[in-house]
Ligand binder design. Sequence first.
Ligand code: DX5
Ligand code: ZN
Length: 214
Amino acid sequence: MLIAPSILSADFGKLNQEIEAVSKGGCDFIHIDVMDGNFVPNLTIGPVVVEAVAKATSTPLDIHLMVADNSFFVDMFAPLKPKFISFHIENEIHPNRVAQKIRDYGISPAIVLNPHSRVESIEYLLEYVDMVLLMSVNPGFGGQKFIPNVLDKAVKLKELILKRNPNCLIEIDGGVNDKNINQIKEAGVDIAVAGSYIFKHPQGVEKAIKSLKV
Ligand code: DX5
Ligand code: ZN
C-alpha cells in the first residue's frame, strides 16, 4: 500500500518538521487538500504554503482540489509540479478538458468521487486519468468517520479499470486507520490518504505510516 499523509491534520506551526518527519517516515506522497470555502465549507491553503511544502521535501505532491473552479486552481498549482492534481466530478461539466489541461502541464490527472457518486459516472473518463480518488468521508474536514460502503465502490471501480485502463490507480481518502487498512487493500486500493491517524498517532508518524503499509 502506498501512503499519502494529508497535511490538513499536521501542526501548521511547525509544518517543515512535520513534512520532514513523514518523508523520513517512509511515505510515498504528500497529500495536500485545497479547499475554497465554496465547493466545501472550509478554507485551507494556497500556493504560497504549498510552495513551502514542496521546498521542504523531495516526496512527490498529491494535490486534491475541492474547489468550484477547477481550471483556475489547476493554473495556480501546476507551476509547483505536483505528481497528481485531482478534481471532483460533482462540480465539473467538462472533465475531459480539465484532465487534458493537467496533462498538458506534465502532471498526472486524477478524478475524485464523493461518497454518494456512482463509479459508473466516470467509466468513460477512466482512459483519460491516471488515478481515481474515492472519498470515504464527505470532503471538507479531517478526523471524520470512514464510510464503509466505499469498499463496494472500490471493487466495482477495479472491474471498470481493468476493462478501460488497467494502469489507472485507486486512491482512498477519509477516516483511514490501522483497523480498516486491510479491507481497503483487499478492495483493490493502491494509495491510502491518512491525516489525523498519522499526525496524531501517539507513537509518532513513522510508526503510523508503517502500520498502514500492508
Ligand atoms: C477531507 C480531506 C482529507 C482529510 C483526511 O476533505 O480530503 O484528505 O484530510 O483526513 P482524515 O484521514 O483525518 O480523515
Ligand atoms: Zn484529501
